[in-house]
Design a binder for this molecule. Sequence first.
Ligand code: NI
Length: 319
Amino acid sequence: MKKKRRSQRIALLLVIAILLSLFVAIAMVMTMSGCSSREIAGLPEDSGGKTVTSPAGMTRETEVSAIRSCPPSSSSPPTSTLNAPKPTLSKTSKTLRTTTAATSRQTESRSRASYGPPVMKAPGAVALTFDDGPGQYTGELLDALKEYGVKATFFVQGQFAEQYPGLIRRMHQEGHGIGNHTYSHRFLSETDEATRRSQLARTSDAIERITGVRPRLMRPPGGYRNGAVFREAGRQGMAAVFWDIDTADWKYKDSQYVYNYLLNHTAAGKIILMHDTHKTTVDGFIRALPVLLDHGFTFVTVDELVELRPGEVYPLRWR
Ligand code: NI
């Protein structure tokens, strides 16, 4: 009897011991296999085990582990340094890299709110700009631009906008940019504040009366500039736009010179300065345009080339 009870006790202890061992084993398995180890085992094989550097400078391993970390508990916030949206696990590493690049672009855009260079919207394109008009040759120029489907930007004088409202209307309707070049070509850094203000305001008023749109860009006549000019432009909702390539067409007044200059100097991402008030410029440009198009250049308005806000100056070296 006594022997039977001892056997029962031993059997009970054995069962408890087995149950305890099982419990400990399960607990160990749960602790060691976090959710990430299971997922990393299922990573895409495209990197061939190599470490790939993402545009944000993170290695692919860092990137993946940051993105694929376990969901945080309610008491512990996410520790990931990558502020990227969490993609689903089925996404390829290429998609992950794209997401990271998009996020760094967003960060770049945000940081530009306080400082930094303007964002190029079409870095491979060229912006053609024509100053001082509109005038008697502008219609012919608009015809050629229309024929080739090319957009340009006109920095117009207020006095001529009033004289040729039909040309201003046409520029607007045909998709060209229209900027403010003062009312009567005054050198804005050489004038008093009241003149500066009225030269710009009268011109913007004239353009708005004709097109219904107030200009967002201005170009100081003669390139005469200082802080007061940029501040006044900013107060009137405009950025100041200069140029990268000066054809000096007004000086030489030679259509062959304009043609040669354009073929030799046109470059991607640049703003080119010309004047549609000279017949030689219009003639030389109209001959050069199909050749430049054959060379593969694409043309956009200044607005389409670069993102600018009131008070900003572009290109930056003009500061
Ligand atoms: Ni001018």
